[in-house]
Design a protein. Structure first.
Length: 205
């Protein structure tokens, strides 16, 4: 399924998002996947896994086979984190991005594909997370998406690389010192609303 890409500024779990895969060496393409993997053996009690902790990927039956053979990149200009503010009921959202980069981050993802009973193809993904890599980011949250350096993206996508021992080290070297954060409008807290202004500094200057 080809992905129709468009700018979006407020994406929530369970929504459909684009992912980049490499079906064969040198053949990358964009696909659409639902954000959140459901263990199909749970039957009528679905539990969605939106994130996958890098430290335990090979220990989780849900993620272990995907680490070896079904990895993807989730392209994003950045992501949001929310901070508790004393005296305020609502949390303050912050936007994290690489202002010195080329406009897109490659977030490490795992892709699950299957067919429904009627033959309809389905795909779902989870974003891999690591411990927050800088003091600046830890001030907001102790976890962060695994941001792959450009040099590591090819190896992460390579279909011939199936040894988790070679794959997992790629996740622990994010170019995190380049990342910056700034507060943004609380309007981003409203699910379903999307506006380019959501990524702009709340108090510029």
């Amino acid at each position: 399924m080809q992905a129709a890409l468009q700018d979006r500024y407020n994406i929530a779990p369970t929504e459909t998002i684009p992912v980049v895969v490499e079906a064969a060496p040198g053949e990358r393409r964009a696909e659409l996947a639902s954000w959140g993997i459901t263990p199909r053996w749970r039957g009528s009690k679905p539990v969605l896994a939106f994130n996958a902790r890098a430290e335990s990927l090979t220990e989780r039956p849900l993620f272990r086979p995907l680490v070896a053979r079904s990895r993807c990149l989730v392209p994003a200009s950045g992501w949001y984190e929310w901070q508790v503010v004393a005296g305020r009921k609502a949390k303050q959202p912050w936007y994290i991005t690489d202002p010195a980069g080329d406009g897109l981050l490659g977030l490490a993802g795992l892709l699950d594909r299957w067919e429904e009973a009627d033959g309809t193809p389905r795909a779902a993904c989870a974003i891999v997370t690591t411990a927050a890599a800088t003091d600046d980011l830890r001030a907001l949250h102790d976890r962060m998406p695994a941001v792959l350096p450009r040099a590591a993206e090819a190896a992460w996508l390579a279909p011939g690389l199936t040894d988790p021992g070679a794959v997992l080290p790629l996740l622990f070297h994010p170019d995190a010192e380049r990342l910056r954060r700034w507060p943004v409008s609380p309007a981003v807290n409203r699910s379903g609303h999307s506006d380019p202004a959501f990524t702009q500094p709340l108090n510029p200057g």
